[in-house]
Design a protein around this ligand. Sequence first.
Ligand SMILES: Cc1cc2nc3c(=O)[nH]c(=O)nc-3n(C[C@H](O)[C@H](O)[C@H](O)COP(=O)(O)O)c2cc1C
Length: 193
Amino acid sequence: MNPDLFNVLARNRRSVFPDQFEPGKKVDDAVIHEIMINAVWAPNHGRAEPWQFSVFTGDGLKSLADFQSELYKKEAGDQFKEITYNKLQRQPLKASHIIAVGMKRTTTKNIPEIEDIEAVACAVQNIYLSVTAYGLGGYWTTGGVTYIEKAKSFFGLGEKDRLLGFFYIGHVAIPSTGATRLPMEEKVKWVNY
Ligand SMILES: Cc1cc2nc3c(=O)[nH]c(=O)nc-3n(C[C@H](O)[C@H](O)[C@H](O)COP(=O)(O)O)c2cc1C
């Protein structure tokens, strides 16, 4: 372990969006495999391990694109916008891999729902950091069909479970720049009295 290296990793992790990916360049499945092992090593309350991931790649990206655009079309009603439909069709094809992020609700133990969600968010941060460590790009999106109830079953999720979004991964063509954070001191209060 090297804390200086980890400091660099944590502070330089950036969201990299699909238009910044190298079109058509695949990430090795073996790398995604390692990243997903890191994901499932996230902390979780009561050994609930409340995550359920689906990895889409190859023709799977088209399946995801078709599924989400058609579901949007069905559900949008009067709000339907051609531009959104087309984006839902096109966007997945810009990625090498997309991980659908699901929360499987713990039912065997008395764990509050928010803690199942928090554990999955920790897993997503492991994905974010791993992607950065491998020199790849990616981001978590809660757009598209994330909050459409009827989307859940496509990802193996039941009524009590939640779809928490999608993690896009690709090779970086255009790095992200210009990230800022407020000074840590504004967000952290020390109590030593
Ligand atoms: C729970 C969550 C949901 C997010 N959803 C979206 C999203 O729907 N669309 C998007 O462009 N970025 C999304 N992001 C990524 C943020 O835009 C990004 O983290 C933020 O701009 C800070 O940039 P950084 O990740 O490079 O530090 C999401 C991030 C989190 C943690």
